[in-house]
Design a protein around this ligand. Structure first.
Ligand SMILES: Cc1cc2nc3c(=O)[nH]c(=O)nc-3n(C[C@H](O)[C@H](O)[C@H](O)COP(=O)(O)OP(=O)(O)OC[C@H]3O[C@@H](n4cnc5c(N)ncnc54)[C@H](O)[C@@H]3O)c2cc1C
Length: 200
């Protein structure tokens, strides 16, 4: 197996603090967003009714997880402040955000055969049709990344638009890993021959 970086794990990246040996921090993914079951009635969800496979893998391999919060707290209210922290985001941008949310929720908007990326599809649809100045574009671009690409931890321009909305949803509590999420990558890598620093 060839890996471009000098380590395994990709966007799973747990590091130990120099200042506090034994204390680990996840620089990449931290949470299992719902240990399960998968949502029933969601046609994109082939895991309907089943436990989250990451959680199951952890359990099967003795990797300890810790519950951080329950399912009920998943509804987070978003409040945005611009620059100095005192001014609230203009209503115009909230409205734009709502329109983008509706657009993103309609999967048919992303049923493209091209390799277009998510960022370009959204910008093409909205940026031209609204009277947005440079700062408005900057803020709405930032919000697009934060709201729609946060789970992937990837830039909107690096996400294929083709697969938007095809992820599975899991109910249940949110867990983190006692020794960091990289425990999963370490466990998966056991017994594999991996050549680092080998970009394909
Ligand atoms: C800051 C951050 C927070 C996140 N938080 C969460 C979270 O709490 N919960 C959650 O579920 N998800 C979270 N995610 C997303 C999660 O980390 C990713 O969805 C997941 O790790 C993706 O796994 P992957 O194997 O598909 O891709 P990656 O982890 O990106 O792995 C791809 C691997 O392929 C290698 N590679 C790429 N191109 C080449 C090439 N040309 N040649 C050789 N090797 C190559 C890369 O170096 C990398 O090691 C977060 C991501 C980030 C960045």
């Amino acid at each position: 197996m060839l890996e471009a970086r000098d380590r395994i794990g990709g966007r799973l990246h747990t590091v130990e603090l120099n200042s506090s040996p034994g204390t680990v921090v996840d620089l990449g993914a931290s949470w299992i967003h719902g240990i399960g079951p998968g949502v029933i009635g969601d046609e994109t969800n082939s895991w309907a009714g089943q436990m989250n496979p990451v959680y199951r893998f952890a359990m099967e391999n003795g990797i300890k997880t810790v519950r951080t919060w329950g399912e009920a707290s998943k509804d987070v209210t978003l409040e945005c402040f611009i620059k100095d922290g005192s001014s609230k985001m203009p209503l115009k941008l909230w409205n734009l955000l709502d329109q983008i949310k509706d657009f993103v929720e309609d999967e048919s908007n992303f049923k493209c055969n091209t390799e277009e990326n998510f960022g370009d599809v959204v910008r093409k649809k909205f940026w031209g049709s609204q009277s947005l100045n440079a700062e408005d574009r900057f803020v709405s671009d930032f919000l697009m990344k934060m709201i729609f690409c946060e789970n992937e931890g990837a830039d909107p321009d690096c996400l294929s638009a083709k697969y938007i909305g095809q992820d599975s949803l899991f109910r249940g509590d949110e867990h983190i890993f006692e020794g960091g999420y990289s425990k999963i990558a370490d466990c998966l890598a056991k017994g594999l021959s991996i050549d680092l620093n080998q970009e394909i």
